[in-house]
Structures are given as structure tokens and as C-alpha cells.
Design a protein around this ligand. Sequence first.
Ligand SMILES: *[C@@H]1O[C@H](CO)[C@@H](O)[C@H](O)[C@H]1NC(C)=O
Ligand SMILES: *[C@@H]1O[C@H](CO)[C@@H](O)[C@H](O)[C@H]1NC(C)=O
Ligand SMILES: *[C@@H]1O[C@H](CO)[C@@H](O)[C@H](O)[C@H]1NC(C)=O
Ligand SMILES: *[C@@H]1O[C@H](CO)[C@@H](O)[C@H](O)[C@H]1NC(C)=O
Ligand SMILES: *[C@@H]1O[C@H](CO)[C@@H](O)[C@H](O)[C@H]1NC(C)=O
Ligand SMILES: *[C@@H]1O[C@H](CO)[C@@H](O)[C@H](O)[C@H]1NC(C)=O
Ligand SMILES: *[C@@H]1O[C@H](CO)[C@@H](O)[C@H](O)[C@H]1NC(C)=O
Ligand SMILES: *[C@@H]1O[C@H](CO)[C@@H](O)[C@H](O)[C@H]1NC(C)=O
Length: 469
Amino acid sequence: MLVVKMGLLLPLFTVFLFFSFSSAELSSKAGVNYGQLGNNLPTPAESVKLIQSLKAERVKIYDANPKILHALGNTDLQVSIMVPNEIISNISSNQSLADSWVKSNVIPFYPQTKIRYLLVGNEVISSTTKETWYNLVPAMRKIKKSLKDCELRKIKVGTSMAMDVLQSSFPPSNGTFRSDIAIPVIKPMLQFLNRTKSFYFVDVYTYFPWSMDPLNIHLDYALLQSRNVTYTDPVSNLTYTNLFDQMIDAVIFAMKRLGYPDIRIWIAETGWPNGGDIDQIGCNIYNAATYNRNIVKKLTAKPPIGTPARPGSILPSFIFALYNENQKPGPGTERHFGLLYPTGAEVYGIDLSGETPLSEYPPLPKPKPKNDKPYKGKIWCVVANVANKTAIASALSYACSQGNKTCDPIQPGKECSKPDSLIRHASYAFSSYWAQFRAVGGTCYFNGLARQTAKDPSYGHCKFPSVTL
Ligand SMILES: *[C@@H]1O[C@H](CO)[C@@H](O)[C@H](O)[C@H]1NC(C)=O
Ligand SMILES: *[C@@H]1O[C@H](CO)[C@@H](O)[C@H](O)[C@H]1NC(C)=O
Ligand SMILES: *[C@@H]1O[C@H](CO)[C@@H](O)[C@H](O)[C@H]1NC(C)=O
Ligand SMILES: *[C@@H]1O[C@H](CO)[C@@H](O)[C@H](O)[C@H]1NC(C)=O
Ligand SMILES: *[C@@H]1O[C@H](CO)[C@@H](O)[C@H](O)[C@H]1NC(C)=O
Ligand SMILES: *[C@@H]1O[C@H](CO)[C@@H](O)[C@H](O)[C@H]1NC(C)=O
Ligand SMILES: *[C@@H]1O[C@H](CO)[C@@H](O)[C@H](O)[C@H]1NC(C)=O
Ligand SMILES: *[C@@H]1O[C@H](CO)[C@@H](O)[C@H](O)[C@H]1NC(C)=O
């Protein structure tokens, strides 16, 4: 049986070699985003052990923290590091600054630490000034040149983009980049990615479009859990079975529209919040586990599944995030994307290698949380953390200085002035501030000093303003 004609074997062998080479560089295994915006997180050395215990193959950090890069040395983890947004403009006009960044942040750790990806900035279009947008690609070019001059050709240079760089993403075939950035920023970026055989790094969360339109988008469609909901794009005729594929294909069609149909996609972030605020929908352990288990299974499948526009393509990924990070600003979901609690304990069972069959994961806590539908009722905003009285006093005076008559009722002699308690007064001020400003983006957070509550804090004649949903 082993007598196979050489002529047949050779091409087969060549094909095989080619595949194993390309998969050494690019495998479909998932990695994890190691964000560090917490004041209670494990050390880098402990974190590396935890990352390995999740069976991640890669890790992405949001800077080039030397302690972390050192801790990742002599492991098999492929590493993605990041040039901070703040220095992009300076690097864009100064090759020697790019050189010195590479010299201090890459060279000391390479090759013991397997640095493979270098992202210039994080969601630059979504979070910086226009000046930085236009400087992005020049900075990427300078960093690439520095790496090349140091013979570091294995390191791909990219930048991460959120979905808000698209002006249209529906139907997917209508995917189009925003007109203000398409020509000045995106097109040169795609040209750079094409020339350097790099990737379009995309942050993609089905959670956000679903949470903004839960009546029209089926939750299971966003969780990659649907067996019966499909959507057929009327122009491409491609049929979708989940929202993730739709979003990725919108990016692919947008790139195609600018003349770059083949640039590979890298999922720089994806995930689902395991908790959040009362006024946020669907953020719970149950949905987070379902989404992350399903997405890991899809992204690590062999052979690769791809998307309807690119069937069979490999989508390398970083799941967001390693930890719940207690110092991330914004709504509560922002602090609840972790696979792990800051103690290192798993929020739910997850195996990033994708080898654990879905049926073998430990069961999820019961009963299933009730926040899959929008909350209906009143919510107040009260003091969450009483530890730092100085911080509470300054948050109180900030809240009271905003808006109209925000704090009248806690002035001396008014209905909420007694008892003369800093905590009660601050809770009043937070509720009053939030009731006035929620509609225009005001949050109940105050640097972690405040939290939402569905329990009315009013007492006696003192009625606290509320938000009604
Ligand atoms: C950028 O360069 C200018 C001029 O050299 C300097 O003043 C500034 O501090 C630099 N900015 C950063 C973020 O390094
Ligand atoms: C460029 O960067 C180098 C190295 O950091 C610095 O010494 C120099 O002043 C910078 N040049 C300009 C014009 O900012
Ligand atoms: C396609 O995208 C454009 C904007 O790029 C938008 O104006 C148009 O409404 C979209 N078409 C559909 C069918 O949604
Ligand atoms: C799909 O099935 C789910 C339950 O399995 C059901 O709630 C939903 O209405 C169905 N959707 C469609 C479009 O049939
Ligand atoms: C989609 O299907 C329609 C009707 O079957 C056909 O006319 C059209 O050419 C198809 N479009 C593509 C892009 O295949
Ligand atoms: C780069 O663009 C050329 C021309 O469109 C295309 O043939 C090639 O496949 C592209 N390469 C990558 C990596 O996108
Ligand atoms: C308390 O908050 C103040 C003002 O926000 C801050 O300067 C101070 O460092 C905090 N104290 C402690 C012990 O955290
Ligand atoms: C305060 O009230 C006045 C009059 O009702 C209104 O014009 C103004 O916009 C309010 N200011 C704020 C910050 O809400």
C-alpha cells in the first residue's frame, strides 16, 4: 500500500509543507487581550501562568510594559505589543524617534519574547484628534522601517480599528468606510498592509449593535447560538447565520470598495460583558460564556470556517479580555469583559484552544439572569464606595456644579439637608446629576465612586431624582 508513485507524492508533500509553514506563522488558535486597567490585578508572572492555563496561544498588550514582556520571555506565547496613541504624531515625523522606540521596547526582549505583531495605536480613529489620524500611516511606515533596519522582519505592523470606521455596514455588501477617512487614512493604510503582507486588525463586538437594537436583532444571532435565524444579503446573495460574520464581511466589502479585496483580517478584540449596570441589557455570565465559547469554537475550527464572503479563511484572534478591569471608565460593562476575576478565578469555564467540546464545559449558574430584556422602571445613582471621603466630597461638588439646581434640596434648611451626611448628600447629588444628564451621555460612575440601584434611596420628605426606563 505504501508504494506510491513519487510523481504523485511530491506535489502532495509540497502542498503539505506549504500549509505547515503558513500555519506556524498563522494558526487559527485564539489569544487573549491582557489589559491592565485595574488596581487589583495579579503580577505579570502570575498573569502569564493564567494565560497559559486558559490555553491561549497568543497575547496582546496595550503598551510595551517591560515587566510583562520579560515575564513572557521563553514561553511559546506569540505577543502583540502597541505604540501608544499619544506618541504617534511625533513618531510620524521623526524616524529617529521610531528607531529609539523599537530599540527600547522591542530589542531588549527579542527573540526570547516572541513579539510577532506591533500595533501602532489603539482605535486611533475612534479616540484621538484628526491630526493623529493623518499621522497614523506615516508612523506605521516609520516603525516598519525601524524594524526592517534591525532585521526584525517577522514582526508585522498594523493598527486596530473599531467598527465605527464604517459609515455603512448593512447589508454587509454595502460595507463602506466613512467618507472623511476613506481616502486620507484608510486607503494608504490598506496599501501599507498589502505591501507588508500584514493584517487589518478589527475590534468587533456583536454585543453593541445587539444592545442598541435588541428588538430587531435576535439575541441568539448575536451569540452565534441561533439555529434558525438567517439573513440573506440581497446584493451578494450570501446567507448569514450570525451577526459576527455580517460585521466582518462588512469590513471585507468596504476594503474591496477601496481596491483591496484580499487583505487578511485579524480579530484584535472580541468578547461579551459578564456584567454591567442595571440600565444595560444582556450583560451576564450566561451570555458571556455562550458568546466566548461559541466564538472560540468557530475561530479555532479545523479546517477553518471563515465567513460567507471568505469561506475557509483563517481568522486569528484575541478575545477581550483576560481580567475584569476595575479602573476602566464608562458604563459598567466596560469593567466586566474578563474571562477571569482579578483573583485569577475563572468567571466561567473557557478553553481558548477550542478543544473542549461545548457539551463538556461545566454548567452555568442557574437561574439564567433576567437582563436579556431592557430594564423597565426607575433607577437611582448612589455612592458605591465610601472609603475615600475626600474623593466623594470632590465628586459631590462636581455633580452640584453641573446643570440647573442639581443640589438645591441638600442646601441648609431644604428637605434633604438633614441628616448632614456626606454620603447621603453625595448620593442625592449623583442621582440628581444623572437624572439630568443621562440623556446626553452622563454616566453614573464618578471614577468608581457611584453605582446604579433599583432601590429608592428617598427618605421622609427627601425624594431623590431618578431615571425612568
Ligand atoms: C512631541 O514632540 C514635541 C516636540 O519635540 C514635544 O514637545 C512633545 O512633548 C512630544 N510629545 C510626546 C507625547 O512625546
Ligand atoms: C526626534 O527624536 C529624537 C529621538 O527621540 C530626538 O532626540 C529629537 O529631538 C527629535 N527631533 C525632533 C525634530 O523632534
Ligand atoms: C448603503 O450605504 C450608504 C452609505 O454608504 C447608505 O446611504 C445606504 O442607505 C446604504 N444602503 C442600504 C440599503 O442600507
Ligand atoms: C428561532 O428559535 C427560537 C427558539 O429556538 C425562537 O425563539 C425564535 O422565535 C425562532 N426564530 C425564528 C425566526 O424562527
Ligand atoms: C443574486 O441572485 C440574483 C437572483 O437569483 C441574481 O440576479 C444576481 O445576479 C445574484 N447576485 C450575485 C452577486 O450573485
Ligand atoms: C495586494 O494587492 C494585490 C493587488 O490587488 C493583490 O494581488 C494581493 O493579493 C494583495 N495582497 C494582500 C496580502 O492583500
Ligand atoms: C482619595 O481621593 C483623592 C482625590 O480624588 C486622591 O487625591 C487621594 O489620593 C485618594 N486617597 C486614597 C487613600 O486613595
Ligand atoms: C438650565 O435651564 C435653562 C432654562 O430652563 C436652560 O436654557 C439651560 O439649557 C439649562 N442648563 C443646563 C446645563 O441644563
